[in-house]
Design a protein around this ligand. Structure first.
Ligand SMILES: C[S@@+](CC[C@H](N)C(=O)[O-])C[C@H]1O[C@@H](n2cnc3c(N)ncnc32)[C@H](O)[C@@H]1O
Length: 367
């Protein structure tokens, strides 16, 4: 048997060296988010922006008031982040902002307040990292009753719940800020590239609509639409908005119990947080809220469809987003066949993937 195994796999020298290099890369790539967080905490992207969009390591040491002795170390950090695609290195020995690092500049505006620094800080926080470090222990445990996420198992608290605010109010706020940053980016391309979604629509309920940013963007682009935002009372209380603001109405409630009626219901980045069983319950409530298909009723789901891209960094992003759901929540990212099953089980007659936008997709689901 041993002889057979040797015959099956004998790597060449080149393969062996390549494998070792890949193993180093996979074992060490956790340092990239740590370097990125360091750059964000130091304010490197904002400093490069203020220095005109490109800066040398010595200009940055001065601009950030770092000790001169740290110059060689900052140069190494910037070099690694440039290799990872966070900055662009130039022949002049400077580092330029690129579209990614531009999103980490304080106060940057693209379709609203776009700064994504909270995502970097949350993802590279001790809470997220410790939850991921608990994965093997979590796999070995046989839980009685509902299976908690590794995050809940390690920290004894669940994100977005009161338990997290009690455990660490600052981290709770950072998680909310990270999710808001993540959610707010991306509605612009939907409005510009999927106008057919909104044609003929007079009313829409944004279910789990958070602070109403998406709804306000919709009514700004399509002023004939009246929007209702539904979210939990604790979110609505924090937002401190009037119950009604122009064409946007804010309603406190629970999407498992009742969804305010409208021609269309939007679920943007909501379902990936929930188990299949919970998604079916949520979608069943949404179905009750919209008119039949021939009267224009529909549910619009904006979420990742795993495999909507076939290879490369975007596919890796989709699978990392699924691992994030595995570690942090009881939900998951879904392939098209998983979405199709859920829609059918919730009583819908069909669906159409309207557009693939980056790592996400826009799906119309018909009653
Ligand atoms: C990931 S956020 C998505 C926010 C928003 N759709 C967006 O894309 O900007 C999920 C939202 O669902 C809300 N939510 C969670 N459970 C809910 C429930 N039972 N009823 C209503 N809203 C809920 C959360 O408070 C949060 O605002």
């Amino acid at each position: 048997m041993a002889g057979q195994a040797e015959k099956v796999f004998v790597p060449t020298d080149d393969e062996l060296l390549q494998a070792q290099s890949n193993l180093w890369r996979h074992s060490l790539c956790y340092l990239t988010p740590m370097s990125l967080r360091c750059a964000v905490d130091l304010g490197v992207p904002t400093a490069i922006h203020r220095l005109g969009g490109a800066a040398s390591p010595s200009e940055l040491v001065a601009a950030l008031s770092l000790p001169a002795s740290k110059l060689p170390f900052l140069a190494r950090l910037l070099r690694q982040l440039a290799t990872a695609g966070v900055f662009t290195s130039t022949d002049a020995g400077t580092y330029r902002l690129n579209p990614l690092s531009y999103l980490l500049v304080d106060g940057v505006l693209i379709d609203g307040d776009a700064s994504q620094t909270a995502i970097v800080r949350a993802a590279a926080s001790r809470y997220y990292v410790e939850a991921a470090m608990g994965l093997a222990d979590w796999f070995r445990k046989d839980f009685d009753g509902p299976v908690p996420s590794p995050f809940e198992d390690v920290h004894g608290a669940a994100i977005f719940e009161e338990s997290m605010a009690l455990l660490d109010p600052e981290m709770d706020q950072l998680i909310h800020d990270a999710v808001a940053a993540h959610d707010h980016m991306g509605i612009g391309p939907v409005l510009r590239q999927c106008s057919e979604l909104f044609e003929g629509l007079e009313t829409l309920t944004d279910c789990g609509g958070g602070d109403g940013t998406t709804a306000r963007s919709i009514v700004e682009a399509y002023p004939h639409i009246k929007c209702t935002v539904l979210d939990l009372p604790k979110v609505m209380d924090k937002v401190l908005l009037p119950a009604e603001e122009g064409a946007v109405k804010y309603v406190s409630g629970d999407l498992f119990h009742v969804v305010p009626p409208a021609q269309a219901v939007l679920l943007k980045l909501v379902l990936h947080f929930w188990s299949d069983e919970d998604c079916i319950k949520i979608l069943a409530q949404c179905k009750k809220a919209v008119p039949p298909r021939d009267a224009g009723g529909k549910v619009i789901v904006i979420d990742i469809v795993l495999g909507s891209v076939s290879a490369g960094p975007m596919l890796e992003t989709q699978h990392l987003m699924d691992m994030l759901m595995l570690v942090m929540t009881r939900g998951r990212q879904r392939e098209e066949k998983d979405w199709s099953d859920i829609f059918t089980k919730a009583g819908f007659s069909g669906y159409k993937i309207v557009k693939k936008l980056g790592a996400r997709a826009v799906i119309e689901v018909y009653p």
